[in-house]
Ligand binder design. Sequence first.
Ligand SMILES: Cc1ncc(COP(=O)(O)O)c(C=O)c1O
Length: 378
Amino acid sequence: MTEPSHFLQWITLSKANLKHNIGIIRSHCSSRVEIAGILKANAYGHGLLPMAQLFRQCGLGIFMVHTLDEALTLHESGSKERIILLGPVAPAQIPLCLKKGFELTVYTQEILSAIKKAQKILSHPAKIHVKIETGTNRQGLDLKNIPDFISLLKSIQYELRGLSSHFANIEDTADTSYYKKQIQCLKHAVRLFKKGGVQPDSLHIACSAAVLLYPETHFQLIRPGISLYGYYSSPEVAYALKPTNPLRPVLSWKTRLVQIKNVGKGDFIGYGLTYKAMRKSKIGILPIGYYDGYDRKLSNQGYVLVRGKRAGICGRICMNICMVDLTDIPEAKTQDVVTLLGKDGKESITADHLAAMTNTISYEILARLNPLIPRIVE
Ligand SMILES: Cc1ncc(COP(=O)(O)O)c(C=O)c1O
């Protein structure tokens, strides 16, 4: 692909790599299992609408988002897919959700009451996924509250699209006992619903780690997020799988060298004088900083790729700018493309690398990429 000359930074999304990842995910489950495209958090930082378009082109028919804003953005862009909200909705927004046909994650009677109130005026049925508390102690309906919940549920117009839950510790492959307890708990909830005369259309709990490692968690619908985007949920998951044909990151992030300057031995670089040149050095200036999602903890320890070689970050990452050491890349020129995430020749930088350097996880590195950076689909 030719690099765009009119952007100083851009994110590229690889359809080929997404297809590859979907193929890998499919190879781990039965053909009857449906894959939801997880688009929350601006599609894990990749860009909500471009990723929705790519998921659509790759045949995914169910989209999951966290917020109502994300659901509305998809809807307004013309999305015809099922849209499931994983996160909470304000009771005052329930009428809008019903009108738009969004599927809601419900786990309190308060929201059922808001639906009941809305249906006094609107005739739309509520499409519901009841989220069961199975041990993560995040969103979830406690088993002991299920009978009362069912009574209220029966007083509204509803379609029970699913019972769901979320794993707390599935990435810890050394001890599988907790996820197994969570599955048992979800199955018990299904029995309680059936006892109350209510049958859900589907069960769903499997995130990426569960999808790739534990088929008994798949049920009818799976919710792989990070692995659609080309990453393993944790080093333990990658280690357990030992993949011969690994997932491939969908996203690359590039910028350009906007200035090159020579500094003398002993000169300081950047705020706080945290970097002192130990030799005559050639310093490259990049037009990206922590505002763009390049973590300030990468100050003096991250690196980028220039002409297929590593160039270390010198000094502190600024809000919109950072500096790199080009002394060992004398051929570098202004306007050269610089890789922040992705491949250049034999070298590559992944979100896992940046996460290791900043004491976080790939999810955070990706999700914090500034939504305003242009996205280009390859
Ligand atoms: C409710 C829910 N389901 C599925 C996922 C996807 O998880 P993963 O990216 O680990 O596959 C997430 C991500 O945080 C989530 O919150």
